[in-house]
Design a protein around this ligand. Structure first.
Ligand code: AMP
Length: 152
């Protein structure tokens, strides 16, 4: 069935407004499919070097590596090497204050290392509604393009 040109035009506009990019759609699907859990995650395998990762920074407490599905020219994940109950930010307790500060400070260090002099964004997704898919606390560091607001 063919649509009159005006209807076809409206549909195209609707599609443009409503459609998600494949990357956005798969991230959302991954977050909704993930079960919040304190079991091991893929990040444990990266920490133990059981699977490859593009590591850009490491110290005794923190590891930073490039996201496998980058949402910006620079997209790096910053994680505590020892999760210590921090499956997500919502599980943070007073005892985590030091590592939380360390993660944020590392984001700044890595941003500088990556040459993000003009700015960057950090993101922490929490829980299914927040779009979290890996239950090991991580900061997303995004940069290298102009960011939009609000995020999706
Ligand atoms: P979130 O959705 O906030 O939990 O973020 C998890 C992130 O981990 C996503 O951006 C994924 O692309 C990323 N990711 C998953 N597996 C890997 C991996 N093996 N190496 C690097 N990044 C990964």
């Amino acid at each position: 069935m063919s649509l009159p040109p005006s209807a076809g035009g409206r549909l195209a506009v609707l599609r443009t407004h409503l459609s998600l990019s494949p990357a956005m759609a798969s991230e959302k699907a991954a977050a909704l499919a993930a079960t919040p859990s304190d079991g091991p995650t893929i990040f444990d395998k990266i920490i133990k070097r059981e699977i490859p990762a593009n590591i850009v920074y490491e110290d005794e407490q923190v590891l930073a590596f490039r996201d496998i599905a980058p949402q910006a020219p620079i997209h790096i994940l910053i994680i505590p090497k020892i999760r210590d109950g921090l499956t997500g930010l919502s599980k943070a307790e007073e005892r985590h204050c030091e590592i939380l500060g360390r993660l944020l400070y590392t984001a700044k260090l890595v941003a500088k290392q990556e040459g993000l002099e003009d700015g960057f964004r950090i993101v922490i997704n929490d829980g299914p509604t927040g779009g979290q898919s890996v239950y090991h606390l991580h900061i997303h560091l995004l940069g290298g393009r102009q960011m939009d607001w609000p995020p999706g």
